[in-house]
Design a protein around this ligand. Sequence first.
Ligand code: NAD
Ligand code: WQD
Length: 346
Amino acid sequence: MDNKILVTGGLGYIGSHTVVELQNEGFEVVIVDNLSNAEESVMSGIVAITGQQPEFEKFDLRDKADVKAFFAKYTDINGVIHFAASKAVGESVENPLLYYENNLGALIYLLQEMAKKGSAQFIFSSSCTVYGQADTMPITEDAPVKPAESPYGNTKQIGEEILKDVCRVNPQLSSIALRYFNPIGAHPSTEIGELPIGVPQNLVPFITQTGVGLREQLSVFGDDYPTPDGTCIRDYIHVVDVAKAHVAALKRLMHGKNSENFEFFNLGTGKGSSVLEVIQSFERVSGKKLNYRIAPRRAGDVIQAYADTKKANGVLGWKAQSTLDDAVKSAWNWEKKIRDYEEMSV
Ligand code: NAD
Ligand code: WQD
């Protein structure tokens, strides 16, 4: 069995947690990252957890010649987990070409090299955003892909289409697209976690930053949605659970257990939580009151999205283990650590 895996974007949020799980399972990892949205210090966090130093090549996957040179150097790599991408929805609306170039250019160059191999496995980071506002909950993999709300979302839909087309004509290449719901939290060691640049757009980092006093107040975007408490519902999943699913998916391909050479799976917990429930979770695990206010709806938000996880549970033999409280607690512990935040004793 080939043991060396390329993890693109391996110093990023989900990538770094996946590198840890791969190493825990005995894989050797080579990380490619251009540090456009990561810090090199993440490497020390990975080493602190696993005691193993992954190889690291710093370059931009938009450079086709560099991608080619990488595979000429690492001829023994047949497995790729491809995280590297730009992921800010709003920025993608402002700068669509950046998103199409980064999220699809890099994918194409990687697949061009993988398609030359006698046997190759490829895991792609997709998103629940491909479902848009699904008509029924929980969302199964049979739910239709809806027109994308943003260029970012479109890159995930097109990325999956590219993979499917390439796999059809390259039977020696097998791939899995993993459609993540809402990954949150940090490694329980607090050695690695999420490092959003600037003002966080996502709910949980905004909450934890408010908790340590970095932000004054959380705005809850809308409380007049047709949901039990009026706020939007999402499927928040611990990032370590997401990471473990990648190892399960990779093993499925490596052991030739896949039924087709392009498959896709939802990665969620199966449980929907409202914005107010996430706030309550934070207040429970931190013992703090969160300063928040109800604000107008945010454009583009779907009312609710949570996963039917039967396919991933059954076929990948993987199931999310952590509760919402576990995940929020880990995010809070991470935030406190990186901000040197001291709890006030009463
Ligand atoms: P992240 O920004 O933390 O990680 C991406 C990493 O890729 C960063 O380290 C960045 O420096 C690197 N990178 C970006 N472009 C690159 C390039 N051209 N060459 C080399 N390295 C490059 O993001 P994340 O949250 O870890 O997300 C990982 C993947 O999962 C992305 O594809 C994202 O679209 C997808 N995804 C994320 C979420 C989420 O909520 N975080 C949800 C669904 C899907
Ligand atoms: C969750 C809920 C907000 C911030 C986004 C991308 C999606 C993706 C994951 C990549 C929503 C509410 C948020 C705040 C709030 N990833 N909220 N106040 O919107 O489900 O998904 O990240 O593929 O493509 O769109 O996640 O964390 O931004 O929001 O009330 O300050 O929290 O309205 O209901 P979302 P989120």
